[in-house]
Design a protein around this ligand. Structure first.
Ligand SMILES: [Zn+2]
Length: 428
């Protein structure tokens, strides 16, 4: 560590990792699945913690009827209730910095595949295991405990630090949209998603789509009398994979600073079919097939043009099949529609975060674009707030069994966030 400033050192020494792990354990134990009341419980827990820190609190009921009319609104889950939570500290006589983290988590899946119970944090071999430990209750814990360390060290920020705890990130970002709409924007924001400690000034877009392929039912014993929607899906699937290859090959040729941030990935803009449902009975030819997937979109790409590309690829595949010519597959865009977003690498926020990371770890910061969609886009595109993604852990451990985050990463991120807040907002 090359931090020599006494105030910065005092804040870093005040970081309470034990308290952070206890907070994270409590939060993992709340199954805050998208659309469930667990989201409300998790938000109440976070709000109480921020209040104990001495933050000025704003906790409000999200008005979904109003929010749904916003063009950037997207959600898969139906919600009865949702809470917005913002905790603020600092004098407000300088720049405003936002730490944004989501409390909602994806389902645990087959729990028998987990080494440890998903809804209970377990500490083993230097990691915290549990659903949400990584994505992204761990990152949110870092943000809160960075603010706590500043407070515990008796330091007041000149500017303002806003901690935004949000719901609904995984299914479309309704929580961050509601928070931006309530007026919470800033001069810079860090969304604490897992980035393997890389500074990510770019996030790709991801558009959910649904494909319905028609067939014709017949008794399985005379299957030639019917048309299997499953068989008709094969050429369409191949066309989608060809489209993915072509789009990623084209992206590789782009040579601007943001495109270069994606060089590490062979498929930065993946097209993934995650759900296929077809047929109704084992001995009936499948009458319809429904496939649902996500479609990666590059920074700077026009969303409508990207959607058209996929629709045209499906239409072309259908044109080469007599049945599909007459019975064209339907493409629908539904649920999460995550636009891409970026912040210039020379922006003070990006540079402050990189310098803080280097001072904490003694290693230079690595810049990278993230291939997933995240709430960064709402802060950038709707809130006009320059934003980066920076957080503990590897996204490869997310959305799967044995989700985990390294305790060493939690420490590094908390230390880095504390430094960024001190330097970006200034000390009173
Ligand atoms: Zn996340």
């Amino acid at each position: 560590m090359t931090v020599t400033d006494p105030v910065e050192r005092a804040v870093i020494e005040a970081i309470d990792i034990r308290g952070l792990l206890a907070f994270l354990s409590d939060l993992v134990a709340i199954p805050s699945l998208d659309g469930s009341l667990g989201e409300v419980a998790a938000q109440e827990y976070v709000a109480a913690s921020l209040e104990r820190l001495g933050c000025e609190m704003d906790v409000w009921e999200i008005d979904f009827d109003e929010l749904r009319r916003h063009p950037a609104f997207s959600a898969e889950a139906e919600r009865q209730r949702g809470l917005g939570v913002v905790g603020a500290s600092g004098l407000g006589n300088g720049p405003t910095l936002i730490f944004n983290g989501h409390v909602d988590v994806v389902p645990a899946g087959d729990e028998s595949l987990w080494r440890f119970p998903p809804w209970q944090a377990t500490i083993a071999d230097g990691f915290v295991y549990g659903r949400g430990a990584l994505d992204m209750k761990g990152g949110l814990a870092c943000a809160i405990f960075a603010a706590k360390a500043i407070c515990d060290a008796g330091v007041r920020l000149k500017g303002r630090l806003l901690i935004q705890s949000v719901i609904g990130e995984e299914d479309g970002g309704c929580g961050t949209l509601a928070t931006v709409r309530r007026g919470y924007t800033g001069d810079g924001a860090i969304v604490v998603e897992p980035t393997e400690l890389r500074i990510a000034p770019a996030q790709a877009g991801a558009l959910n789509f649904r494909l319905t392929v028609p067939g014709a039912a017949a008794h399985g014993c005379v299957r030639e009398d019917g048309v299997s929607a499953i068989e008709k899906f094969f050429p369409i699937y191949q066309a989608l994979m060809d489209l993915e290859a072509a789009r990623n090959a084209a992206a590789r040729l782009r040579d601007d600073p943001i495109s270069r941030l994606y060089r590490r990935y062979t498929l930065p803009y993946a097209l993934c079919i995650g759900v296929v449902r077809a047929g109704a009975w084992a001995s009936t030819v499948a009458e319809t097939l429904v496939a649902e997937g996500r479609y990666g979109v590059a920074v700077g790409e026009d969303l409508e043009a990207a959607r058209r590309m996929l629709e045209e690829a499906v239409a072309r595949a259908a044109q080469s099949d007599p049945w599909l010519q007459e019975h064209p597959p339907l493409v629908e865009w539904w649920g999460g529609q995550f636009a891409p977003a970026s912040t210039p690498i020379d922006h003070p926020l990006v540079q402050t975060a990189a310098a803080a990371f280097a001072d904490i770890t003694g290693a230079p910061a690595v810049f990278e674009g993230m291939p997933y969609g995240a709430d960064m886009r709402l802060l950038v595109n709707e809130g006009r707030t320059p934003t980066i993604l920076f957080g503990p852990g590897d996204v490869r451990d997310a959305h799967r069994p044995n989700e985990r985050v390294a305790i060493a990463d939690l420490r590094t991120v908390t230390q880095t966030l504390a430094l960024v807040a001190l330097r970006f907002c200034g000390v009173a």
